[in-house]
Design a binder for this molecule. Structure first.
Ligand code: MTE
Length: 308
């Protein structure tokens, strides 16, 4: 199989934005102890390709998207991750793609960045908490990575696992965050192979900031935001439905599928409308599959009230 290569650069070679904006100020502001460590800093991603999947809706600002986050490893308040993930060290980084595959292997983040042309994909991102934002993500279809390892016919699901390290994430404990770690998620293989499922390495034309899931995360735009697992270290092809963090926490409230569905309310609130941030009112009708109708055929014949 012929694979198109992306731009030829190393993750660590891209000039950090903070450096090219004001190198001296940056160095003066960084405690000496951090100068030797490679912390995630947004850096330009050159030559992004346009994506036919992009929405033309108004994009939210970088400032809002990077200061209103769910990333429980770094705190449970929306403003916590921007503060607490600031020194998250994401180099070196590898993602192991393993399990029921003919060619399982590890990929360094540099290899992931070069596997395919990186696209600018503007998706609406709908949280289960009934708010939504529009973000220009950067990445390519997850299927590109999965095809590399050649999934075996008995692989029916894909299990994902986030990085978890108490030294870097002292708040990532069940008694503090209220969920178990590491954060895990899963998709059916045909969902994972759908071109809309994005292996995301950036946003707003730059690498991901720590609070948004550096250096690599999923974005699954037709599902509630919690399926879009951040800071991925392991992807495993499996035969049975894998565990998913919020489903493990409360299966009654968070189903495995978690497709955006205005007809299936969360037991504690309606999903019929959403609040478009930064708006204050929940006055936008929620669309089935968050408006991404091209995935509907994945679920034909399924009762989506039962498999919510
Ligand atoms: N991934 C990890 N590892 N930990 C998390 O707490 N939160 C999820 C998802 N991925 C989460 C995660 C939830 S609930 C949402 S809504 C989205 O990330 C938020 O992504 P954003 O902060 O980039 O908008």
């Amino acid at each position: 199989m012929l694979i198109k290569k992306g731009p030829d650069f190393r993750y660590s070679e891209i000039t950090p934005k903070s450096v090219h904006l004001n190198r001296r100020k940056f160095l003066a502001g960084v405690p000496a102890v951090f100068l030797g460590a490679r912390v995630a800093r947004a850096a330009k991603l050159p030559n992004l390709a346009k994506s036919p999947f992009s929405t033309t809706e108004k994009q939210n600002t970088y400032d809002l998207v990077t200061h209103y986050n769910n990333f429980y490893e770094f705190g449970t308040a929306k403003s916590d991750p921007a503060k607490n993930a600031r020194n998250f060290k994401t180099e070196p980084w590898t993602v192991s793609v393993e399990g029921l595959a003919a060619k399982p292997r590890k990929f360094s983040i540099e290899e992931i960045l070069k596997l395919a042309p990186i696209e600018d994909r503007v998706y609406r991102h709908r949280c289960v908490e009934a708010w939504s934002i529009v973000v220009p993500w950067a990445g390519y279809s997850l299927s590109t990575l999965l095809k590399q390892v050649e999934p075996l016919p008995k692989a029916h699901f894909v299990a994902f696992q986030s990085y978890w390290n108490l030294r870097q994430m002292p708040l990532a404990r069940p008694n503090i965050a209220g969920i178990e770690f590491p954060y895990v998620e899963g998709l059916r293989l045909d969902e994972a192979m759908h071109p809309l499922a994005l292996l995301c390495v950036g946003m707003y034309g730059e690498t991901l900031p720590p609070q948004d899931g550096a250096p690599v995360r999923l974005v699954v735009p037709w599902k509630y935001g919690f399926k879009s697992i951040k800071s991925i270290v392991k992807i495993r092809l499996v035969d049975k439905q894998p565990p998913a963090t919020w489903n493990l926490e409360n299966a009654h409230e968070y189903g495995f599928y978690s497709n955006v569905n205005p007809h299936v309310d969360h037991p504690r609130w309606s999903q019929a409308h959403e609040r478009r941030l930064p708006g204050l009112f929940s006055n936008h009708p929620t669309l089935m599959f968050n408006g991404y109708d091209q995935v509907a055929s994945l679920y034909s014949g399924m009762d989506l009230r039962k498999y919510f």
